[in-house]
Ligand binder design. Structure first.
Ligand code: ITT
Length: 198
């Protein structure tokens, strides 16, 4: 009952660990396989990048692999940073710099135009198999001042309106019920029985 998640992102790993523990699965991540080289995310969509990560690692390790490609879609920025969310402020993948850049780009944009959504695409791959693809999204609004200490990435700037809290102000068990990643996992578990049996 182990699932290998093709990620180096500690924030994602923590959420997968908690959400899959409830279902009786333990997770491993790429941190457990330091010999595997980085998979370059050359795709232009979440699905392409999630496929690249899942299918490359599955072929290499000859086992079942789940990959997450996710990001923040901001309407006032024409959908940016999107698939470039991790690298918005540069290749360093620095959350603080990414958040600062997001605030800067939205300077002067009024509240009602700061709508955004988090997107998550999950791809489940295994050697010589057709991959399974699912998605999840959570709607929100970009704040002008960061709030909260939980989560990772853009969570302090993402207001979940129906909760009146930023994603980073939500307790992890709440984020793991309402997040884009939680919804994608729900969608995955709806369809993976047949796939796992084949
Ligand atoms: P891996 O490819 O190793 O999984 P990564 O961080 O490079 O890690 P992505 O290319 O999928 O992963 O980029 C996802 C970025 O989107 C992430 O670095 C955050 O900036 C943002 N993001 C995704 N999910 C998020 C969440 O739940 N909360 C806040 N930000 C999130």
């Amino acid at each position: 009952n182990d699932i290998l998640i093709a990620t180096h992102n500690a924030g994602k790993a923590k959420e997968f660990e908690a959400m899959f523990a409830e279902k009786g699965f333990r997770i491993k991540t790429l941190e457990d396989f330091p010999e595997i080289p980085e998979v370059e995310e050359t795709g232009s969509t979440f699905e392409e990048n999630a496929r690249l990560k899942a299918e490359t690692i599955a072929a290499r390790l000859k086992c079942m692999v789940l990959a997450d490609d996710s990001g923040l879609i901001v309407d006032a920025l024409g959908g940016q940073p999107g698939v470039y969310s991790a690298r918005f402020a540069g290749e360093a993948h620095n959350d603080a710099a990414n958040n600062a850049k997001l605030l800067h780009e939205l300077t002067g944009v009024p509240k009602e135009e700061r709508t955004a959504r988090f997107h998550c695409t999950l791809v489940l791959a295994a050697p010589n198999r057709k991959s399974l693809v699912v998605n999840g999204e959570t709607e929100g609004r970009i704040l002008t001042i960061p709030r909260g200490e939980n989560g990772f990435g853009y969570d302090p700037l993402f207001l979940v309106e129906e909760m009146g809290k930023s994603m980073a102000e939500l307790a992890p068990e709440i984020k793991n019920k309402i997040s884009h990643r939680a919804k994608a996992i729900q969608n995955l578990t709806k369809v993976w029985d047949d796939w796992l049996e084949d």
